[in-house]
Design a binder for this molecule. Structure first.
Ligand SMILES: Nc1ncnc2c1ncn2[C@@H]1O[C@H](COP(=O)(O)OP(=O)(O)OP(=O)(O)O)[C@@H](O)[C@H]1O
Length: 250
């Protein structure tokens, strides 16, 4: 693993220009957003505002009705999800239940699991890096929730894509595991400098990890700027109302 500090060449800038999308019978969404290469970004906003949809559009799981999505300057609109330079980690179900830990990670190199010696070494290294050495032959159901998410991150590591999308990846974990995972992502970002977007409802996640805030409301980017400013209450009134509501719920 490289110990190099953030190198902008490792991440890719992301640009969404008038990206229009609606689920059948759903509200019209329209996203405009420019993110610098290697930024680490919190995507926050009320439930149902469109955070997961935004990530799915970038990953290619949803197709816009119109507009442009650029990654590293290239329009990725016509590329299938597996051809985009993107890795994505969901809240759960990131792993194939019939494959071992090592095989699930190996999929990051070869979807047919035809792995070279170098690939196998990369898998072992990624498992060591994520604290999973010794668990190579386990099936996902024999792991804790935190371990399963670490397997998903090990796969991200060996894919080495310039963009990482995290859709509430720690929502099902307790506070201690959550902190451990945030630290792991911060360390991976330090090493690989991938442009990272994390959808979360928890301002503490954003505070710990993110430089930039994207605030989504009703299917559009309603706020954008330094995360520290938003979290200090200097972002927008709508963001403060949203965060205030969440703080009262705790
Ligand atoms: N597959 C789908 N088909 C139809 N409507 C959908 C689908 N997925 C999401 N929606 C709707 O689109 C809107 C945006 O959903 P999305 O999941 O992007 O919100 P979110 O901000 O990620 O919410 P949450 O914080 O609750 O995860 C919601 O009104 C949701 O009900």
């Amino acid at each position: 693993m490289s110990t190099a500090k953030n190198n902008p060449a490792d991440g890719a800038g992301i640009g969404l220009e008038n990206v229009r999308f609606a689920y059948p019978g759903g509200t019209a969404m329209n996203f405009n957003l420019t993110l610098a290469a290697s930024d680490i970004v919190a995507v926050m906003g009320p439930s149902g505002s469109g955070k997961s949809t935004l990530l799915s559009l970038i990953a290619g799981f949803e197709t816009p009705a119109s507009g442009h999505i650029r990654i590293g300057g290239a329009d990725v609109a016509s590329l299938a999800p597996h051809r985009r330079p993107v890795s994505m980690v969901f809240q759960e179900n990131n792993l194939f239940s019939h494959l071992t830990v090592a095989q699930n990670v190996g999929l990051g190199r070869s979807t047919s699991l035809r792995l070279t010696e170098e690939d196998r070494e990369a898998v072992s290294k990624a498992l060591r890096r994520t604290g999973l050495a010794g668990k190579e032959t386990r099936l996902p159901q024999a792991l804790s929730g935190g371990e399963r998410q670490r397997v998903a991150l090990a796969r991200v590591l060996i894919r080495k894509q310039p963009v990482l999308l995290l859709d509430e990846p720690f929502a099902s974990l307790g506070p201690a595991l959550r902190d451990e995972m945030l630290d792991l992502i911060a360390a991976l970002h330090e090493e690989q400098a991938m442009t990272t977007l994390m959808a979360t409802h928890d301002p503490r996640d954003a505070e710990r990890l993110c430089r930039t805030m994207v605030f989504i409301e009703a299917g559009t980017v309603a706020g954008f700027g330094p995360a520290s400013e938003f979290l200090a209450g200097n972002g927008s009134e709508a963001f403060n109302r949203y965060i205030g509501g969440r703080r009262e719920k705790r």
